[in-house]
Design a protein around this ligand. Structure first.
Ligand code: NCD
Length: 316
């Protein structure tokens, strides 16, 4: 792919950073999807690497745990021939009291062009964007947003069901603590999809209908309604109080198994951002069934992140 390809004015993102889906306009989303489609083709070639970001250095700065997102960004950077460095808070000088801004400024002093950042505090990447020059990609800020996850989710849905305008997407699980939920709601609404969220009332944010979604507390109703079910993990590590009596009870009322999916009188697409808590929100027979596109999501994550990094680099 020619690096100059998307550099003309019409085909640039409207933003220098990817802080959240909230800031993107529908054209940005369309441009990322189209670019990711080309990169998906690239990463399925025998030689998976292109020189597009050969002169760009990217730091992956992770203050919170990650498996998929971190590996996916790192691979996306390598496929684009960027130089990468990795930072994780555990084992770093953060433990010695260094501030976020000092940590990042020290990384930038080593001539880094872009920061991919995960942090437990909502708004941490937004704060940084007011103080540093490098492009920032939010790889998850607490319970707030996880924009690349929502973009790869949209890309994976489009592959299965085409244009998302008018399609019905249910997001099922711990909506209250999920950054994946909020970013997906923004992304799907901007593409004209209908969105229903489903979970116990204690795990549904109080003013969520202001985003234009409908709410259900009945998982069977949500499954019967939707074209795609995006199922989320119960984020126990973010729950300081009890939101439901036991995991067993949650699983009995909101868990999804293959029988429930097979009994629907339509095709349904099952998604999950990972990590799955098997036997809680999804049974193994559902997660591994033909309904599931969970591993496609992981594959598409690399192409979508390549697209985001490539398009942001074009802004410099
Ligand atoms: C999600 C996250 O970290 O927000 N996982 C991911 O990035 N693939 C969802 C989760 O942790 O449940």
């Amino acid at each position: 792919m020619e690096r100059t390809r998307f550099f003309d004015k019409m085909e640039q993102l409207s933003t220098r950073h990817l802080l959240g889906i909230k800031d993107l306009n529908p054209n940005d989303i369309e441009l990322i999807m189209a670019t990711a489609k080309e990169f998906k083709e690239v990463i399925n070639r025998p030689i998976k690497k292109v020189p597009s970001l050969r002169d760009v250095t990217i730091a992956n700065v992770f203050f919170e745990n990650s498996t998929r997102t971190r590996l996916s960004f790192e691979l996306a950077e390598k496929r684009l021939s960027a130089d990468t460095i990795n930072f994780s808070a555990s084992g770093s000088s953060v433990k010695k009291g260094e501030t976020l801004l000092d940590t990042v400024n020290n990384i930038l002093a080593m001539k880094v062009d872009m920061i991919v950042m995960r942090h437990a505090s909502p708004g941490a990447p937004h704060f940084l964007s007011n103080h540093i020059k490098a492009n920032i990609v939010n790889a998850g800020d607490g319970t707030h947003e996880h924009p690349t996850q929502a973009l790869l989710d949209s890309f994976s849905m489009q592959e299965r069901i085409g244009d998302l305008a008018g399609k019905k997407i249910a997001i099922i699980g711990d909506i209250l603590h999920s950054r994946v939920a909020l970013s997906n709601i923004f992304a799907l609404k901007k593409q004209g999809a209908e969105v229903m969220i489903c979970g116990p009332s204690t795990l549904i944010p109080r003013h969520i209908t202001a985003t234009g979604v409908t709410v259900s507390h009945d998982v069977r109703e949500a499954l019967a309604w939707c074209d795609v079910a995006n199922v989320l993990r119960i984020q126990l590590e973010r729950q300081q109080i009890k939101y439901f009596p036991t995991l067993r009870e949650y699983s009995l009322y909101f868990g999804i198994n293959k029988k429930m999916l097979d009994e629907l009188d339509k095709e349904i697409v099952l998604m999950h951002p990972g990590p799955i808590n098997r036997g809680v929100e999804l049974s193994s027979d559902a997660a591994d069934s033909h309904h599931s596109i969970i591993l496609d999501q992981v594959e598409n994550g690399v192409a979508v992140r390549m697209a985001v990094l490539y398009l942001l680099a074009a802004q410099n």
